[in-house]
Design a binder for this molecule. Structure first.
Ligand code: RP5
Length: 177
């Protein structure tokens, strides 16, 4: 799926019936997809429906307002938001919804993602964004933490998540080859 665009993933996911996409993955730019696809792939591996969208706090602010204000009514349960540089998207979306928002700092060219991290993590008290690591690890873990939230009320998913984790543990060799 690595060659796929955010739009292609979104359209494929939109084939799912309404209500079967509990996770929204949003990102500030098409250029974020190379990072954010790891969140999508993690959710896919766990059988969790998701919708991938490009929503920019700066370039498409009206789209961002419409998305965030309508997210709960649209049936989303968790939002994963990735952005880089002046990464205001996760915080702005969190200010517009009470759904849990997990922020992924995308690695920027100018500052290797430190700018993204700082602008996502340092939220004022009262408007939370659960901030993950910079880049691929953060995107992957955003998928996993979204899964953990959904698994609280989905026993079958909880089993799949436990199996996923067990398989990762089993894959760690005792010694390097
Ligand atoms: C941010 O600006 C995006 O989230 C992206 O990480 C960064 C650069 O965007 P492009 O110039 O590549 O579209 O809004």
């Amino acid at each position: 799926m690595s060659g796929e665009t955010a739009g292609q993933s979104r359209n494929r996911q939109n084939d799912a019936p309404a209500g079967e996409q509990p996770v929204a993955i949003i990102m500030g730019s098409q250029s974020d997809w190379e990072t954010m696809r790891h969140a999508a792939e993690t959710l896919e591996a766990l059988g969790i429906g998701h919708d991938c969208r490009i929503v920019s706090a700066h370039r498409t602010p009206e789209r961002m307002f419409d998305f965030a204000r309508g997210a709960k009514a649209a049936g989303y349960k968790v939002i994963i938001a990735g952005a880089g540089g002046a990464a205001h998207l996760p915080g702005m979306v969190a200010s517009l919804t009470t759904l849990p928002v997990f922020g992924v700092p995308v690695e920027s060219k100018a500052m290797s993602g430190i700018d993204s991290l700082y602008s996502i993590v340092q939220m004022p008290a009262g408007i939370p964004v659960g901030t993950l690591a910079i880049g691929k690890a953060g995107a992957t873990n955003a998928g996993l933490i979204a899964a953990a939230v959904l698994a609280l009320s989905d026993a079958a998913l909880a089993e799949r998540l436990a199996a996923w984790r067990a398989a990762r543990t089993a894959a760690v060799a005792e010694r390097p080859e």
